[in-house]
Design a protein around this ligand. Structure first.
Ligand code: SF4
Ligand code: SF4
Length: 280
């Protein structure tokens, strides 16, 4: 059912292609942003969501479980949209600056994902179901260092604990059997890590997808290629990504390319770009 809705939207929407009036370069007119997504499902009653809410070292106890978002929740659907070949190749060409292709993927790509999410919600509600899409819900609370989606906080000494959200697409994708985390705090799926996520909490009791892994980092080989690619040395082999270092770089990109911002060098030219990397 969700797959059909996703397929329908890919069919009827032109948002997956860069329009001439927004293209950052005439050669990018008509560029495709995403390939067809993959979908995973978790039960809303899966105890993993309790773990996310209660274990301090996972989500800093900020995660709000599906049953709080939607009392009648039965399932949580996670959707991973892999970037198109052109978006990935563009960003792999120069590891010092975000490519125009990737900037489109992040900015226009997120607009497309939000429209897809709205479309799914509208169709499901029209069919009499209740659903919540946290990424486009007013209750979503996001803290990115000193910036939030609610207010401005001026706290100064930042650690990774200052970067949190009341819903995490990556954690939901892990729960829904789509993949495991990687060193760069990405999600590695069978379609790779270069892509974007959205998710839906719904009152339909879908069959949950089996999680073909147990360890949180099972698909990451710790090859260190994402460390080498990072232009600002934000990733470390023993502690992963330092959000503040990455975030400051993204702030610089935003000033240079406003209103677009992105980097993603840790998601391209890496063994996990297009699939689950093989253990050397
Ligand atoms: S590049 Fe290597 S170390 Fe980094 S996330 Fe991918 S598999 Fe893991
Ligand atoms: S960690 Fe941040 S700055 Fe480094 S490559 Fe990834 S997105 Fe870019």
């Amino acid at each position: 059912m969700i797959k059909q809705l996703v397929d329908d939207f890919f069919e009827i929407s032109d948002g997956n292609y860069i329009r001439e009036d927004v293209a950052l370069d005439s050669e990018l007119n008509g560029m495709q942003l995403f390939d067809k997504p993959i979908i995973g499902i978790a039960s809303a009653n899966d105890p993993i969501f309790e773990t996310y809410s209660n274990k301090h070292d996972i989500m800093y106890q900020k995660f709000i479980g599906p049953k709080v978002w939607l009392k009648s929740a039965k399932s949580v659907v996670s959707i991973f949209l892999p970037y198109s070949e052109q978006v990935k190749t563009g960003n792999a060409n120069n590891l010092k600056r975000p490519s125009l292709e990737w900037l489109h993927g992040r900015y226009e790509g997120q607009k497309f994902i939000n429209e897809l999410s709205e479309f799914i919600k509208m169709k499901l509600e029209h069919a009499g179901h209740k659903c919540v899409i946290p990424s486009i819900d007013d209750r979503l609370d996001v803290r990115i260092g000193t910036r939030t989606n609610k207010d401005v906080n001026t706290s100064l000494s930042l650690t990774n604990a200052d970067y949190w959200s009341s819903w995490s697409e990556r954690h939901v994708a892990f729960a829904a059997g789509l993949g495991t985390f990687g060193l760069s705090k990405n999600i590695i799926t069978r379609k790779g890590s270069a892509g974007r996520l959205t998710s839906i909490i719904i009152d339909i009791d879908f069959k949950a997808t089996e999680r073909p892994y147990t360890d949180v980092y099972e698909y990451c080989t710790f090859c260190g290629q994402c460390i080498s690619n990072c232009p600002v040395n934000a990733i470390h082999i023993n502690k992963g990504k330092e959000h503040t270092v990455c975030s400051k770089y993204i702030d610089w990109v935003l000033k240079e390319y406003y209103p677009r911002y992105a980097c993603g060098k840790c998601q391209v030219k890496v063994p996990c770009q297009d699939g689950i990397p093989e253990t050397p």
